[in-house]
Write a protein that binds this ligand. Structure first.
Ligand code: ZN
Length: 463
């Protein structure tokens, strides 16, 4: 049975014996491409799925697509500024509609998941298509006196009505300082600085993504979206809720307060969070101009499988300092492993048992990869058994070792043939010269026992 670290109880807990296990994963706000730091968090439900499979349990993953209501400032402590919706800001920048932005980046996100060999979640509900159930939930929270309508038509959750607020993050209400903009003069209609908007009133300044409601025209808050989509998919009980560590507060605290108040029960059994990723020692963020996308890495000749491998080599609860060097090393490992998978393969039952035990121990992927590396050394003189071990581990860890097919242009084909002729004539000088010409196309050639092998050259950008 899988043991997992629950952020709220701050200890390892056993996942319920449910089959399938219900997993809700906080998804992307689709206003721009997700970067590697985001992808590390979005890999977590897939790792949970693999770990559960090791213990014989299936998983159902639901991941929301946020396409409205996520503000530039997501602390909820500042005044509501309808101009600061991330979707609308990007729509203005790209000069297309907010929903066109949403569909564009949602498709990119799903393509990134596919490249990383992540099983696409069974459901990916969109916030903009879940408005009706948000309105029902907000009405019910007002009826139950957990929420109130303010003078401007916004609806706020009354934080003080939920005594265990802060249980996940430790940010209890008495520690919550008023936002620095909240000084009595700021334009906000909430009663207490810890309250947050479930529904945000707006006016004609906002021309997209607004809905008519009993409280007037407006749009939903980010936190109520996840309550509506998680309860909508799973009813009132969810086994595991995942997200990046930065979502602990306020997003998950607010979601928990809403969902528990509505149902009168503890909805989520375990909260599981992935730690931050640094890139070359710095936080990955647009403001520090330190953003790397999966497509950037792949353009450098490094496969998505190598990215997945680096993520696996670092436990999800440890901060990871990703570097170009570590990505290059991982790509070399992926190539070394995939080169060995020739001939018929058999299962390595011993290694499977070992890796499964690591995965069931709080998804210890780092130990699982080390187990494969140890086995590889141990079987140094047995290529067939070594190939079995590699294939077995790759299957359990979701590492795709099949290289992407390369489109060989006529020009490239001609060079490869010329080089083969030069080698046949033992004209090494010419064959080296042609090798350099091939490199200019971004490829490297290797001569193997089964013929010429063409590969993408690894060319990481250097600062
Ligand atoms: Zn969420």
């Amino acid at each position: 049975m899988l043991q997992i670290y629950d952020t709220k109880s701050r200890q390892l807990v056993a996942v319920p014996a449910a089959d399938p296990v219900k997993i809700y994963a906080c998804g992307p706000t689709v206003y721009r491409s997700v970067h590697l730091g985001n992808l590390r968090s979005f890999l977590l439900p897939d790792l949970l799925r693999a770990a559960l499979a090791s213990g014989g349990q299936a998983a159902v993953v639901v991941q929301n697509i946020t396409d409205v209501g996520h503000m530039v400032d997501d602390t909820g402590l500042e005044a509501v500024d309808p101009d600061q919706d991330k979707m609308l800001r990007q729509a203005a920048q790209e000069k297309i509609s907010a929903l066109a932005i949403a569909r564009k980046y949602e498709a990119q996100y799903l393509a990134d998941l596919t490249a990383l060999n992540v099983t696409i979640p069974e459901q990916t509900p969109r916030a903009s298509e879940t408005i009706d159930s948000m309105l029902e939930i907000i009405s019910r929270l007002i009826e139950l006196d957990f929420a109130y309508q303010a003078e401007d038509g916004s609806v706020f959750f009354s934080a003080k009505k939920f005594p265990s607020y802060g249980a996940i993050s430790g940010n209890t209400l008495d520690q919550l300082k008023p936002g620095h903009k909240f000084d009595g003069e700021a334009e906000t209609t909430k009663r207490f600085h810890g309250d947050w908007a479930l529904w945000k009133a707006t006016d004609e300044r906002r021309t997209q993504l607004t809905w008519e409601t009993p409280w007037g025209t407006g749009f939903p808050g980010w936190h109520i979206e996840c309550t509506a989509m998680s309860l909508g998919a799973f009813g009132d009980q969810i086994d595991i809720h995942t997200g990046g560590i930065d979502l602990r507060f306020p997003h998950h605290e607010n979601e928990r307060a809403q969902s528990n108040s509505l149902t009168g029960a503890e909805v989520v059994s375990s909260w599981v969070h992935a730690e931050h990723l640094l890139f070359e020692g710095r936080k990955m963020s647009k403001s520090t101009n330190n953003v790397v996308l999966l497509t950037d890495v792949m353009a450098a000749g490094i496969s998505a499988a190598a990215v997945r491998l680096v993520f696996l080599e670092n436990h999800y609860r440890q901060q990871l300092n990703l570097t170009w060097d570590s990505l290059v090393a991982a790509e070399q490992t992926i190539r070394r492993w995939s080169d060995q998978l020739t001939g018929p393969l058999n299962f390595d039952a011993e290694l499977k048992t070992e890796i499964s035990a690591h995965l069931l121990n709080n998804i210890d992927t780092a130990a699982a990869v080390l187990a494969l590396r140890a086995k590889e050394k141990q079987l140094a003189k047995s290529p067939e058994l070594r190939a079995n071990a590699i294939a077995t581990a790759a299957g359990l860890l979701g590492l795709s070792l099949v290289s992407e097919p390369i489109e060989v242009t006529a020009e490239l084909k001609k060079l490869i043939d010329e080089r083969s002729s030069a080698r046949a004539e033992k004209n090494w000088q010419l064959s080296d010269k042609i090798r350099d010409q091939i490199a200019e196309f971004g490829f490297e050639v290797n001569d193997t026992s089964s013929g010429v092998q063409l590969r993408r050259a690894i060319v990481p950008p250097r600062a």
